[in-house]
Design a protein around this ligand. Structure first.
Ligand code: FAD
Length: 410
């Protein structure tokens, strides 16, 4: 059995764990990340990758807590994406530099005022009709453009993981990870066993950080902590693939986003639209076929004139894992709990990952100055986690919409 002194052991390699790992190591502390399955395989790869500026949370014309937390974030991300701040995210695919907003006249007409009134860094600008994206050409109301970037989450996870391979392990949390506790929330040892390599490692960390999303509940139970600190908010979202234009936009209906559409190309070059927003919340109570039928009607309503012939549809269920709130509403910000030598975090939004990493570093004890070199040597033969695939690469059941005669003729 190898023995290691490590300042920090992080459990979970989604955006939070990976950003935190980078920040902790930059702060001079040694760190090890244990991923139970595939990197980003919880919410991160499923996310729409929108770097929210807070506007979405201010549609009632009030600067909400959520908007206040998010408003500084897009600028920080932009600097990382340009390689001007760390982590260097120049390898990340930016799918769009801006998002379109459209909706009912009453809701959309106020949007132009919001950004400035609420002190948001990123404010919506009116798009002249001649410059409407093709899919919005038949929309009767105003269209706005807001400089919220959209990232490919898979490329983000890949970029964040690239420089951390030497300190990441892929282990089955149920059978290959054991905790030795001094008391509830006070971890004395983490014993890691790799069935594949036959090796065992006994780690004595100063601190343990839980960034496992939904997996935090089980980890907390094993550490003698209350799993009820977490809440799950389910989503059931829709994917459409086929001959569609690239488009990124929110349709606003009063204070809500009726649909949020982001686009990506699959490995065979087909355009895929991911449809979130209110429809993915309402879809939780629907089965897949009913949600697909509802989504087809919804797209026809919010994008008049759209031709969906020949497209294929599927749906995906996923839970958002967050710090628990009274009544189960979305928390305004990330949640960080510090109990014993265990820190548990839920970012609430991908865009808040940098804030979470900073807060974790501030809460950690100063590093004990263990050299990183023996850590990297001891881990050389251990299994490494791969990056998860987006849902559209893995889902097998797609429901076709018959091709229109017009398209066949073409
Ligand atoms: C459909 C959807 C769309 C979204 N869109 C956006 C958006 O556009 N913009 C935005 O800002 N936010 C968005 N979000 C929210 C955002 O995705 C999440 O807040 C964020 O990705 C959470 O990251 P995380 O790293 O904390 O958790 P996760 O991404 O869930 O990662 C947890 C990781 O821990 C691993 N794990 C689980 N259990 C264990 C264990 N016991 N031991 C070790 N590892 C374990 C998992 O395999 C996974 O890799 C969206 C969320 C969803 C569901």
């Amino acid at each position: 059995m190898d023995r290691l002194h490590v300042d920090t052991v992080i459990f979970g390699g989604g955006v939070t764990g990976l950003w935190t790992l980078d920040a902790v190591r930059r702060s001079g502390r040694s760190a090890l990340l244990v991923e139970g399955h595939r990197l980003g395989g919880g919410q991160t790869i499923a996310s729409q990758g929108i770097l929210h500026s807070g506007l979405k949370y201010s549609l009632a014309g009030v600067l909400t807590g959520a908007a206040r937390e998010a408003r500084e974030m897009p600028l920080l991300w932009r600097r990382c994406l340009l390689g001007e701040a760390v982590p260097d995210l120049r390898g990340v695919t930016v799918s769009a530099e801006a998002f379109h907003l459209w909706g009912t006249q009453s809701a959309a007409s106020k949007l132009g005022l919001f950004g400035a009134q609420l002190g948001l860094q990123v404010t919506p600008r009116t798009v002249p009709r001649a410059e409407y994206p093709t899919v919005l050409q038949s929309c009767p109301g105003a269209v706005y453009r807001v400089d919220e970037q959209v990232l490919s989450p898979q490329s983000l996870v890949t970029a964040l993981a690239a420089s951390q391979q030497d300190v990441m392990l892929q282990l089955d949390p149920a059978t290959e990870v054991e905790f030795v506790l001094q008391s509830a929330g006070q971890v004395r040892q983490v014993r890691l066993h790799s069935a594949r390599s036959g090796r065992t490692l006994q780690v004595e960390p100063q601190a343990v950080v839980l960034t496992a999303g939904k997996g935090n509940a089980l980890l907390r139970t094993r550490l003698g902590l209350d799993a009820r600190a977490m809440q799950l908010r389910p989503l059931h979202y829709v994917l459409v693939r086929g001959d569609l234009p690239e488009f990124h936009g929110h349709c606003i209906d009063f204070h809500k986003t009726r649909v949020s559409i982001t686009s990506a190309r699959d490995s065979r070059g087909r355009m895929v639209w991911q449809i979130g927003g209110q429809i993915s919340e309402d879809g939780v109570k629907l089965d897949a076929d009913s949600l697909i039928a509802r989504a087809q009607l919804e797209l026809a309503a919010v994008l008049p004139g759209i031709d969906l012939a020949g497209t294929e549809w599927t749906t995906c269920r996923i839970d958002r894992a967050e710090g628990a709130t009274v009544g189960g509403a979305r928390p305004d910000s990330y949640r960080l709990l510090h109990e014993g030598n265990v820190l548990t975090v839920w970012p609430t939004k991908l865009v808040l990952a940098p804030q979470v990493a900073q807060a974790v570093c501030a809460a950690l004890p100063a590093g004990a100055g263990h050299s990183l070199q023996p850590l990297e040597q001891a881990l050389a033969a251990w299994p490494r986690p791969s990056v998860a695939l987006p849902a559209w690469e893995e889902l097998r059941r797609w429901v076709p919409v018959p091709a229109s005669p017009r398209r066949h003729a073409a």
